[in-house]
Design a protein. Structure first.
Length: 485
């Protein structure tokens, strides 16, 4: 029996189906497990955690849709007029916004099922308490990351701690008895997320590949959280974390020298600390391309980007790798276009349906840009010290060879150079260019005002409305985000 409530199908009594990933996590069972009987020993505990990845693979709105929509919000891409204009409302019941919400809680439910099961299993069932905590670290890293996405998308992440517009936090497997959960404050939301990420930093496994959660990913997202939040002391703490990550040479997370290979390899690239794996969709009609509509379809038919950003990319040495000729994604459309963002679109879902349409929440290159920004903000007089981080990142690529950024003599020129590098390096890959467009200023205002000067908006529109179905399901009313009713 299933219930449909809060915009999300949740299995009765906490049942969680763990989807098979035959080419990925071979330990994942092909049957439904419940919190009452699923986890009885170390192997079943490991399977429960592995099952979260299978769930993530199925969440097709947690990849390119999030990043593509954030680029629309920033003004880089006009793919969705409602998102570009920031005119979304609860009453609009936007299908993608609602689907992102559902996907997030679907995945959090799987995380909670694994966490509860592992926590309740006697320590004696593990070879050591450390092994138990490693599994918990992996699952809690996942939960912390998805809750962070929820806060960034559906909460007032930009408010102070006492703001009531935080996340709806769930740390139990969803049942009828616990579905009526109110919103946390923004401060409480950050505390819950950081509790999970910090636990993962101490207990999750070291990075082995971008297929798995790791303590390095937890630390990287911790640092990014602090940069986006920007409360007192956050920049200094984020810089400390980024320096630790850059100094860590014990794991395999590192820069690729060949940028073309990075995009071709997707989740197999050593530069990606975590990616959404969709490899076992190869047998489907659209193959792996069916798992990310934005990257496998929309980037062809909506190929035009903001002139400022496009001209920056066109003047960069990476342009010929990032842009190129591709065929239309429809079987009936034999046309080609020579200005497609092929670093993500690749060959489309007709010719390249099993190309690696992975999404990259964090690449190693971003660490250098984060360090450059953090140095610029914490020690603004050291212009060349911050610029050196940008050039160190650029110098590590041999395909293409990139010239160093020069001619920067003022702090504003430095901030413009760092912002430009964020945009050109990470365009359409993750949420970073969106947040950078709010943090960095141009002509005395955040860059977003220069990117889309014709749009009237306020900070209330920096997040999306909580879906109407969620609000209606609560007998004790919860507040909609202001201005998005």
């Amino acid at each position: 029996m299933k219930i449909k409530i809060l915009g999300l199908e949740l299995a009765m009594l906490g049942a969680v189906t763990l989807t098979s990933c035959d080419d990925f996590l071979t330990e994942t069972p092909k049957y439904s497990l419940t919190t009452d009987n699923a986890i009885r020993d170390y192997e079943s505990a490991k399977n429960a955690v592995n099952g979260i990845y299978g769930r993530y693979k199925d969440c097709s709105y947690l990849g390119g849709y999030i990043y593509g929509y954030m680029h629309c919000m920033a003004g880089f891409w006009e793919y969705n007029p409602t998102i570009y204009q920031m005119s979304y409302k609860e009453s609009g019941n936007d299908y993608v916004i609602n689907s992102v919400w559902q996907n997030c809680y679907y995945l959090i439910n799987a995380c909670n099922s694994a966490i509860q099961g592992v926590e309740s299993l006697d320590d004696a069932k593990f070879s050591s308490v450390a092994d138990k905590n490693t599994l918990l670290g992996e699952a809690r890293c996942f939960r912390g990351y998805i809750n962070l996405e929820l806060l960034w998308l559906f909460g007032h992440w930009f408010d102070k701690a006492d703001s009531p517009y935080g996340i709806i936090y769930r740390d139990q497997v969803s049942e009828l008895s616990n579905l009526q959960v109110g919103r946390l404050s923004v401060g409480e939301s950050y505390e819950k997320i950081l509790d999970d990420l910090k636990f993962a930093e101490e207990n999750a496994p070291n990075y082995s590949s971008a297929l798995y959660m790791s303590k390095q990913f937890a630390k990287a997202m911790h640092a990014k959280l602090l940069m986006v939040r920007n409360w007192d002391g956050d920049y200094a703490e984020a810089l400390k974390i980024v320096n630790e990550l850059l100094a860590d040479k014990t794991c395999g997370w590192k820069m690729e020298s060949d940028l073309a290979k990075l995009y071709q390899d997707g989740w197999n690239s050593a530069e990606n600390v975590f990616s959404r794996y969709v490899g076992d969709n190869e047998g489907g009609y659209y193959g792996m391309a069916g798992s990310d509509f934005i990257y496998a379809y929309a980037l062809y038919y909506d190929e035009e980007f903001n002139d400022i950003a496009y001209n920056w990319m066109k003047g960069d040495e990476r342009y010929d790798i990032c842009f190129g000729t591709a065929r239309a994604p429809e079987t009936w459309d034999t046309n080609t276009n020579d200005s497609i963002l092929v670093k993500l679109y690749h060959r489309g879902r007709f010719e390249g349906k099993n190309d690696m349409y992975a999404t990259y929440p964090m690449r190693y290159a971003e660490l250098y840009l984060m360090k450059a920004e953090l140095l610029a903000r914490t020690n603004p007089s050291d212009i060349q010290g911050a610029l050196a981080c940008v050039n160190e990142m650029r110098a590590q690529y041999t395909n293409p060879v990139m010239a160093p950024v020069t001619g920067v003599t003022t702090h504003q020129e430095l901030m413009d150079a760092i912002y430009k590098e964020y945009v050109v390096t990470l365009f359409m890959e993750n949420e970073t260019p969106w947040f950078a467009s709010l943090r960095f200023e141009h002509d005395g205002k955040p860059w977003i005002y220069s990117l889309k000067p014709e749009v009237n908006f306020s900070s209330d529109q920096y997040c999306w409305p909580i879906p109407e179905a969620e609000l209606k399901a609560h007998t004790d009313p919860i507040a909609q985000n202001p201005g998005l009713e």
